[in-house]
Design a protein around this ligand. Structure first.
Ligand code: SF4
Ligand code: SF4
Length: 237
C-alpha cells in the first residue's frame, strides 16, 4: 500500500514553532505503524525522534496520537488506515521533548506520589503474603497497566484541568487499594479523595476506549468513588 505520513515535528532547540512534515512510505497491510516510522527514520530522515523499545505492546514506550486517537504505534496496523493517510502526533497535554517524544516525568511523579508498592502491616510471614485466586481476580485487569499514558493523553478532562491526577494514576491507585495484601486501604482512598483526584473524572470513557491493554479504566475509577463513599460517608448538606 502507498501510505502518506504527516508527522508532527518540533525541536525546541532549533524550531520556533511546531510544523508537520510529509513522508511517502510503501508498506504491507500487515505491517505496523511503528514499522513505517522505523522505515522513515532509517531510510528517509534520521532526525525523526520517537520512543520505542519492545515493539510488541509490552513496554508502553511508543504511545502517540495516530489519526487523532491515542495508541501504541506497535499495535496499529497499516490496514487499519485504509485511506492511506496517517497523521502522527505526540500524546496531547504532555510537553514535547522532540517530535513524538514527550516528557513523562510529571506523569510518572503523579504515580510515585501514590506509593505504587505494597504497604505491609502485621508480622512478616515466613514465606509469602498469601493471596487467594478470588482476591487476585480483583486486581487482574489493572495489573496489566504498562504506563503508556494513552489514557491520560486521551482524557478530555486533562484539557481543562491540568491538576487532575488522571486515569493512569487512578488505575495505579486502584491496583493497591483493592490488593488484599496491602495495609493502606483507607489511607490510599484518602489519597485520591479530593476534587482533582477521583472526583474529577466525569465518565467520558475515552481512557477505556484507547487503553491498549483493555483495562476497564472508567469502571475502576467509579469503583474507587463508590469505595470512598462507603468508607467516608458524607453528611447531607
Ligand atoms: S472516564 Fe474519566 S478519566 Fe476516563 S477519559 Fe473520561 S473523564 Fe477522563
Ligand atoms: S491504563 Fe491503559 S492506557 Fe492508561 S497507562 Fe495503563 S495501559 Fe496505558
Amino acid at each position: 500500500m502507498d501510505m502518506k505520513f504527516k508527522i508532527f515535528r518540533f525541536d525546541p532547540e532549533v524550531d520556533s514553532r511546531p510544523r508537520y512534515q510529509e513522508y511517502d512510505v510503501s508498506a504491507e497491510p500487515g505491517e505496523r505503524i511503528l514499522d513505517c516510522l522505523n522505515r522513515i527514520r532509517w531510510e528517509q530522515d534520521g532526525t525523526l525522534s520517537y520512543r520505542m523499545s519492545c515493539g510488541h505492546g509490552v513496554c508502553g514506550s511508543d504511545g502517540m496520537r495516530i489519526n487523532g486517537v491515542c495508541a501504541l504505534a506497535c499495535q496499529k496496523l497499516v490496514k487499519d488506515y485504509s485511506g492511506g493517510e496517517v497523521l502522527v502526533e505526540p500524546l496531547p497535554f504532555f510537553r514535547v521533548v522532540k517530535d513524538l517524544v514527550v516528557d513523562m516525568e510529571e506523569f510518572l511523579e503523579g504515580i510515585r506520589r501514590l506509593h505504587p508498592y505494597l504497604l505491609s502491616t502485621g508480622d512478616i510471614p515466613e514465606k509469602e503474603r498469601f493471596q487467594s485466586p478470588e482476591d487476585r481476580k480483583k486486581v487482574d485487569d489493572v495489573i496489566r497497566c504498562i504506563l503508556c499514558a494513552c489514557c491520560t493523553g486521551a482524557c478530555p478532562v486533562m484539557l481543562e484541568n491540568r491538576d487532575y491526577i488522571g486515569p493512569a494514576a487512578l488505575v495505579w491507585a486502584y491496583r493497591f487499594i483493592f490488593d488484599s495484601r496491602d495495609g493502606g486501604f483507607e489511607e490510599r482512598l484518602k489519597g485520591v479523595d479530593f476534587p482533582d483526584g477521583a472526583w474529577a473524572c466525569v465518565n467520558h470513557f475515552e481512557c477505556t476506549r484507547v487503553c491498549p491493554k483493555s483495562i476497564p479504566v472508567t469502571r475502576s475509577i467509579n469503583t474507587i468513588k463508590r469505595a470512598i463513599e462507603k468508607v467516608f460517608p458524607r453528611r447531607p448538606d
